[in-house]
Design a protein around this ligand. Sequence first.
Ligand code: HEC
Ligand code: HEC
Ligand code: HEC
Ligand code: HEC
Ligand code: HEC
Length: 488
Amino acid sequence: MNRFHPLCTLACAALFLALLTGSSLAASKVFDVDLEFYPYYPSLIKWNKSSVPFSEPRKCGGCHSKQYKEWNGSVHSLAFKDPVYQGELNKGVKAVGHDIARQCEGCHSPAGVVTGEIKGPGNAGLSDMALAGVSCDICHSVSGTTHWQTPSHEPENGSFILTPGVETTSGQTLIKRGPFKPSDNCGAGFHKCEESSLHLQADLCAGCHQVYHYDSHFPIEATYLEWKHGPYAQKEVLCQDCHMVETETFKKSADEFRKPERGEYRHYFNGANFLLSYLAAGAAKKGGDEKLAKSLMQQYDMAVERLKSAADLELSPVYRDGRLAELKVRVKNVRAGHNLPTSLTNVREMWLEVIAKDESGKVILTSGSLNPDGTLPGDARNFHSDGMGNDFHFAIDPWKVTAFSRHETIPPKGYKDVYYGMTAPAEAKAVTIEAKLRFRQADQKVAEALLGAVPKDIDLKATYGLEKVPALPVVDMVVRQANFATTK
Ligand code: HEC
Ligand code: HEC
Ligand code: HEC
Ligand code: HEC
Ligand code: HEC
């Protein structure tokens, strides 16, 4: 029996289904979404809802002061207050509507989303728990993941389950999950403990370190899958083994594929974002919190040191008909467990600056020197990605990027070669070359646009001491010099 006119069977059925689902989001067959399973869509976070509250980090810090001191000042502790994040969130809500905020906050402040406390961009009037971003009681309340049930069947957009505790006949019981078999008095009456193998896997980090387009499910950031498809996953060197340890320990994990000892784990979650640590340290100093400012500057130093140990450069000459014709620069990813750079690859900039001079000091080649206005010249060799939108045009905002037109990052333990054509003057016997691999968080204009869009309750001048966006600092990850004869 067919209730539709035969001519319109297919079309009418499709229309009928579209009316039934009634949502402009999630209409794709390739990336099918179960809206009942994911009530916070476009965030894929889940919460075993009960009256058991989340506890703010200071409360955990009362008994776990070491972990608290290490975490406080980490990029995780800044994930929600981050003015760069708030600027972009504000732009996103204006461009797409309020629904998109859930997607962002599901990773930048998960507790604020499930409790419904966060209503939009801005910090005003929020509880310490919501402001704390990715805090103790997020990670240690994770009871499972839904990585393979997501629309992409990959971890994405917060695909984990939060269970801060359970309601029992005698009241509320907090349950915290961690790497150990619980000791007798684990939790000291404040919480129960549960041994969790998930906390000893990269899967714990995966749900947040895979940022997908909110409805097209394109991987804009794919740090976890870059890692999983590389040599460190094969050797069981996890995110934790490089990002939850001191810098010297991280270098051993990377160089020797050595797993740290149990006692070597720390709660720094230190990465590459020296700029955010620097901005936050300025705010802490202005606010009179010297201790916090100090730990933020320690995070800054660690991020710079991490960047300086991530890569290497090899310079070699290419001769043609006996004359120096090209310079070859090999850029190697020696210590990043994922691609270099990773995450926001369409915003971060990692590029080569090369200057070659003859014996008289005359410059015979330059590439990648910043323009006077702080922008990067178009022909600089930049190892990042270009996003493109549905219309196949260049796009940068995460609600627009549904593909990459170019992706130039370097795989773990891998390399990329860059060739520069060179014509030395006939009388020159040798050339001197200086090559630098340089890194910054964003293009000058992009940073100015983001910080220009912060919500009204965040005062960049009063809080951060910023009159205007300064020239973005650059870290020289590697600097190498070489001398080559012009003839062979
Ligand atoms: C799946 C989790 C996830 C979702 C969803 C997500 N983010 Fe993020 N976001 C991250 C992670 C992880 C980083 C850090 C990446 C890095 O350092 O390169 C980040 C970094 C950022 C940064 C850079 C911050 C800085 O200081 O440089 C901005 C801005 C940002 N996110 C905005 C957003 C906005 C706006 C949305 C929603 C449209 C969003 N994010 C959705 C996880 C997420
Ligand atoms: C981003 C996730 C994350 C956050 C945020 C986090 N932890 Fe952890 N924590 C972990 C992981 C993973 C381990 C296991 C590390 C290992 O392999 O030993 C751990 C281990 C622990 C342990 C066991 C002892 C140790 O240090 O290894 C305690 C206690 C602990 N965390 C408390 C805290 C407290 C308190 C906070 C907040 C100040 C916090 N954690 C924030 C992920 C997190
Ligand atoms: C009243 C003190 C107290 C408070 C408050 C407290 N804990 Fe604990 N916690 C303990 C004790 C005691 C242990 C046993 C191990 C130890 O001595 O570190 C423990 C163990 C843990 C472990 C390790 C569990 C395992 O089996 O691997 C984690 C993770 C943890 N706590 C997280 C938290 C988090 C998150 C908070 C805040 C929501 C918190 N704790 C608040 C006392 C406390
Ligand atoms: C072998 C060590 C190693 C492992 C394993 C590793 N990382 Fe990294 N990570 C690095 C280094 C080095 C950097 C700095 C260079 C860069 O930005 O790629 C970094 C940078 C980062 C950044 C900052 C990117 C930015 O531009 O701000 C994030 C986020 C990150 N890692 C997350 C992860 C996650 C999640 C995992 C596991 C899936 C992981 N890392 C595994 C070494 C490692
Ligand atoms: C609930 C979501 C969430 C989880 C779980 C999570 N992260 Fe993150 N992480 C973030 C967000 C969001 C940021 C970026 C915040 C910002 O830049 O404003 C971030 C930033 C980082 C950075 C700093 C990146 C930089 O640019 O310097 C590192 C390193 C990192 N995470 C490692 C980890 C590791 C290792 C784990 C697992 C043990 C983990 N994260 C689990 C959400 C998460």
